[in-house]
Design a protein around this ligand. Sequence first.
Ligand code: ARG
Ligand code: ZN
Length: 464
Amino acid sequence: MPRRSRTSVAALAAVLALLAPGCTGIASGVRGTPGAAGLRDPYFPKLGNGGYDVGHYGLTLAYDPASGRLDGTAEITARATQDLSAFNLDLAGLTVRGATVDGAPAAYNRAGNELTLRPREELPAGTEFRATVTYSGVPEPITDADGSEEGWLRTPDGAVAVGEPTGSMSWFPGNHHPSDKASYDLVLTLPARVEGLSNGVRTARRTEPDGRVTTVWHTAEPMASYLATVAIGRYETGTATALGAVPVLTAVERPAAAGSAALRKEIPVILARQVKRFGPYPFSAAGAVVTGNESLDYALETQTRPLFPAGSFDRTTFVHEQAHQWFGDSVTPKSWRDIWLNEGFATYAEWLYGEEYEHVPARTRFERAFAQDANWAFPPAAPPAAENLFDPPVYQRGAMVLHKLRETVGDRVFDEILRGWPAKYRHANAGTDDFTAYAESVAGRDLDALWDVWLYGDGKPGKP
Ligand code: ARG
Ligand code: ZN
């Protein structure tokens, strides 16, 4: 072997190592690979994207209710979690006009609901970067697996945006899996004859030179994108204060305004009662939006400002959506399989409220739920398909799990769990395993027998 070959063999080996599967090149410095197109959610494998973590969304939106046209810019601040040559955002419909990464134009490509951005320079793991996407078009609603409509829903005077489980991709590009939470700033420009609302605190309102009105909304605490909302229409707004310091902003679309006054006044009282059971309120704003939209047939726990179709703005539904602020919004599921951690808790919050303030024992509600066949279609921890995520077993059997837990560990320990769970995972994500482990740690004992039957068990137990 000639002398110089030793070093060349070593150099060649190093080059070969660089060419390991997935590598896009051997350029000096970073050798990034594209981030994954999805986070492998059991129901929506392509929802969300790998390779980065969003810290903040800055959304600038202008909407014209007459034509339905939305003009948007999304400015996404994120941190690379791998050496990235390209990364995806989820976006359904609309037309992308341009994209930049750290101020430089980025190549982009669309396939289905995946928008791929390829920055000029690769992004080393750990770096913060800023991606902007400029887009426009008439947003299309998304029909869910269960047949309900979500996303950007037009109303006679405006629109409402609801995003559970995947609708937010219809109005802004992002990492639309619940596991990637971020803070938000949203700037909304509208014709002066309509009112616009979103999550969090309204920090500014100004009239543009052309007469349109811009409002600015700030969401400081982490928010999953499915909880982001915009409501545009002929709303009548009202303000109050809850818990001594939390601003409450309610908005009711004109036709429904009169009938909602009493419940709107009661909001601070309900909040105070829930704080007693669930611990400190996790957000710096509160309220409710009641829309006249007839195509929306469910209420949604949009963060800080739950949204209700006019017909479902009643105390029970409000208690449910408000409880989600702790269970779902602050403690957010790791994947959509953990949805019972949202709906089971929010349903149990109704039972608790009924017990404390309306004198219906939770045991009575439990027995009623036990008797209904629809609640036994599948175990709450394992909805069989996307179309079942919001079926009765997730809500009612989810609540039954909590009631059985309460009867097993006793009221005192149960109260501790109810307050401790949202404290431990405040503003974070948690899954079913995290909950069972946490409950066992507080109870100081193994609860497998309970979980096996009530949380994972297929059949209906012999007795309630
Ligand atoms: N989370 C809502 C509730 O509070 C229900 C959302 C239903 N969404 C759907 N796509 N079916 O119960
Ligand atoms: Zn719910």
